[in-house]
Design a protein around this ligand. Structure first.
Ligand SMILES: [Zn+2]
Length: 303
């Protein structure tokens, strides 16, 4: 029997897997009935087999657990990244100020009122007007250079659009801009803080990149009008740059007839209320009035 035991030991794994012939099966079972050693060996084999199966299941569970843990860990990392990077980025992008190009959409009303300049910005975009100014000396005279711009954030860009958004430049000290100085106003996309701190000789660099929108160099036009042998002299003082009227003298009755609400003899520059009117338009209206009423006007001189 001892001799057979070795053969049985070799056969037992196949026997357990049920891949033996019926003859071999009978042979193994007959042997096991009489041999306690081989029966013990079989029990050992069965136990190991079960244990291996349990171990396999356990390691698979551990594997799943590891994967689960990795997914949770990665989700946490992604969530943290969202909070730490994406949220501040969106906040930052939402608050970055973009500068509007100077175009027909933006309108800046510049008025000399109550002994100070007043700037009012009108834009179809929501946002705010900003301005800064510098005083330079030119031919021994002070000249005020005002730089204005319109800025908006993405949030403002996508917000409900109003017809026109109005703003003053809150950081500009209007009181300190002398009404009597020559003044030039530029629309710029350059950094206003840089302009504010730039050396005087470097200001040209910023001026070249900006658009001149207003210049208050005054000009006077005298016009003599004759009607029924009656002669009237008109004088018009206006800005050469954009034709905005500062003052006019002449026949107040005709000015009133032409629908001009504001007229005054010897109107002072500091008391301007005519500034929104176009001098050239007024001059032409007076000329046409005389022509229609058998009169004639001639420009005397252009200063
Ligand atoms: Zn045996």
């Amino acid at each position: 029997m001892k001799k057979n035991c070795k053969i049985i030991e070799d056969l037992l794994p196949l026997y357990l897997d049920n891949i033996v012939s019926n003859e071999t099966k009978t042979f193994v079972e007959d042997h096991l009935k009489e041999c306690s050693n081989c029966t013990k060996y079989l029990e050992g084999l069965t136990f190991n087999l079960k244990k291996n199966k349990i171990d396999e299941v356990n390691s698979f569970k551990k594997f799943l657990h590891k994967i689960n843990f990795k997914i949770i860990k990665n989700s946490l990392i992604i969530t943290l990244l969202l909070i730490l990077i994406i949220v501040p980025t969106l906040y930052f992008i939402g608050n970055v100020k973009f500068t509007q190009d100077y175009n027909e959409n933006i309108d800046i009303a510049i008025r000399g009122e109550n002994k100070k300049w007043n700037f009012q910005f009108y834009s179809p975009l929501e946002g705010y007007g900003y301005a800064t100014y510098r005083i330079i000396m030119e031919n021994g005279k002070p000249v005020t250079l005002v730089f204005v711009t319109w800025k908006y954030t993405l949030q403002e860009y996508f917000s409900t659009k109003k017809d026109y958004h109005v703003s003053n430049a809150p950081d500009l000290d209007y009181q300190s801009i002398d009404l009597n100085n020559e003044m030039r106003v530029y629309y710029t996309k350059e950094n206003l803080q840089e302009i504010k701190g730039a050396l005087s000789e470097d200001l040209d660099k910023y001026i070249k990149k900006s658009t001149l929108i207003f210049k208050n160099d005054k000009i006077t036009t005298n016009m003599k009008c004759t009607q029924n042998n009656e002669e009237k002299l008109y004088t018009f003082t206006y800005y050469n740059y954009n034709g905005q009227l500062l003052s006019s003298t002449g026949d107040n009755a005709i000015l009133k007839h032409l629908g001009y609400k504001y007229y005054s003899d010897n109107m002072e520059f500091k008391d301007i209320s005519l500034i929104s009117e176009d001098a050239h338009e007024l001059i032409n209206k007076i000329k046409n009035y005389y022509q229609e009423n058998k009169g004639i006007c001639s420009i005397e001189n252009k200063a």
